[in-house]
Design a protein around this ligand. Sequence first.
Ligand code: C5P
Length: 310
Amino acid sequence: MTFAAPAESVHVRAPGKINVYLGVGGRHDDGYHALATVFQAVSLYEDVIARHADDFSLTVSGVDDPDSVPLDDRNLAMRAAKLLAAAADYHGGVALEIRKSVPVAGGMGGGSADAAAALVACDALWGTGFSTSRLHELAARLGADVPFALHGGTAVGTGRGDQLNPALARGRFDWVLVPSDQGLSTPLVYARLDALREEEGALADDPPLSLDVPIPVLQALRSGDPELLSESIYNDLQEAALHERPELETTILRGIHAGALQGIVSGSGPTVALLCANADAARAVQASLDEHGIESLHVHGPVAGARIIG
Ligand code: C5P
């Protein structure tokens, strides 16, 4: 393998995601659950800048609480860089700078976006020249949501969520996001779902009766009609997330009262995603939430996956 070093730094932008549909099946022995999900990449981005260095280092900006993001090997972007270096037999390092916009531990795949961006940035910086499928394979080893952050757009995810097939989505969907001050742990929410299912008598290890994305979800995405989509957006993790954060239900209801077509918890939460009829409706929802002192963000999807910019 040859290593060209054409650039001093590489800037990559990767999107956060909303799970438009999230069906959770049984838990496997490795602790992961079988999923049938539809991801949509939205216009809220993580920026990762990679610069040549002898060692591996990381800085993070854009977070209220600096302690909320680890700067060592617990950080998925750091792990991504080291995984790529090992796979490519590259012996140098990298200084990674992460500028965050996606809420930390918010259920929108911000850490996964960092990892995807770090893979693309280091691949370009080091001249590794890995194929998309090789990067996808490394991404899946880092986390279930990382391949989607590479892929972007709208996609059906099966397996742990890492086996992707593109889904046709026409037009654009406008979402108002309500982040929470406090993040929510993804493993905790999955464990809560298992506990709730056990209480209901369905053992967490039972094979799911059916774990497919319902056809109406895919039809609604193809039609580009947000009203149609609002009838089929769904999240199996929502009940578990609401169990941990009951106040999120009020946020969803406020959003609908403010004019959103429908609201769901995004992924494992706690970010609430409100689907709106169009950009004007989203701005009106935002204004109404603002009157109640609720801060929100207006984003749209689908957008591209991890890309080199500048
Ligand atoms: O893959 P990732 O590190 O993002 O997953 C975080 C945690 O979420 C896992 O450790 C697991 O507890 C839970 N998870 C799961 N089933 C999935 C994806 C994630 O149980 N398909």
